[in-house]
Design a protein around this ligand. Structure first.
Ligand code: IPE
Ligand code: IPE
Ligand code: MG
Length: 224
């Protein structure tokens, strides 16, 4: 049976979920945030899983209408404020990958405060990918490596990534079979599951089913 330390999820389909119900796209994002809570709690209570990395806002998502981008930023701020007690209660450490320097100073403060308040927690690390794009991450890593005059090798590139760890299991909801610039380096040997379920309908039960399938795959890593 495969070990499962690091789960990554592309949380997609909030807009379609809302449209299907005659709601606004932002209502899909609100419902999606509730699912983040359910899945995080499940992972915190799964003794094997150490890290849950969630794609929340890509470097390409700035292309969306300003009103939606502004809403997502506001939702994140409200979410972090409201959920801090449950991060504490569930022993969840909060962390971020991506370039958040473009966010408002208030949101940056909120993110840094939440990181600081949860940094000793050991049950699970929840990482939100915010203004994250894998190509941007690799480019920034290579720049740092060259600046520090380090030898160009895979080990050193990985060291400078925002997320210098491998993914075991990658899940994408909403039926799209693509990775949309998420963790291109880290998914080198990840097992991938694509479910048609829209993110707001995703449940810990479905995650458990996927984990059951993941457990029995023969992972070879190039061996036999
Ligand atoms: C994912 O849902 C959430 C973010 C990208 C912020 P979408 O907003 O992409 O929903 P669809 O894909 O339009 O249904
Ligand atoms: C990927 O979803 C980004 C996040 C889930 C944050 P998108 O909805 O932005 O991806 P595409 O545009 O369908 O590839
Ligand atoms: Mg989408």
């Amino acid at each position: 049976m495969n070990d499962l330390k690091h789960v990554a999820i592309i949380m997609d389909g909030n807009g379609r979920w809302a449209k299907k119900r005659g709601l606004k796209r932002v209502d899909g994002h609100k419902k999606g945030a509730e699912v983040v809570k359910e899945i995080t709690t499940y992972c915190a209570n799964n003794p094997e899983i150490e890290t849950l990395t969630l794609y929340a806002f890509s470097t390409e998502n700035w292309k969306r209408p300003k009103i939606e981008v502004d809403f997502l930023m506001k939702l994140l701020d409200i979410w972090l404020k409201k959920e801090l007690p449950s991060y504490i209660e569930n022993g969840v450490k909060f962390d971020v990958i991506g370039d958040i320097s473009k966010f408002s100073s208030n949101l940056i403060k909120r993110i840094e405060y939440t990181k600081e308040r949860t940094k000793e927690h050991k049950k699970l690390t929840q990482i939100l990918a915010l203004n994250y794009g894998s190509q941007d991450e690799i480019t920034r890593a290579v720049k740092k490596m060259v600046k520090n005059n380090e030898e160009i090798c895979a080990k050193n590139i990985q060291k400078y990534l925002d997320l210098p760890y491998d993914i075991d299991l990658l899940i994408r909801t909403s039926g799209e079979i693509r990775v949309s610039n998420f963790l291109l380096w880290q998914i080198a040997y990840a097992e991938m599951f694509f479910t048609p379920t829209l993110w707001p309908d995703f449940t810990s039960g479905e995650l458990e089913e996927i984990i059951g399938k993941y457990k029995i795959i023969q992972r070879r890593f190039g061996g036999i």
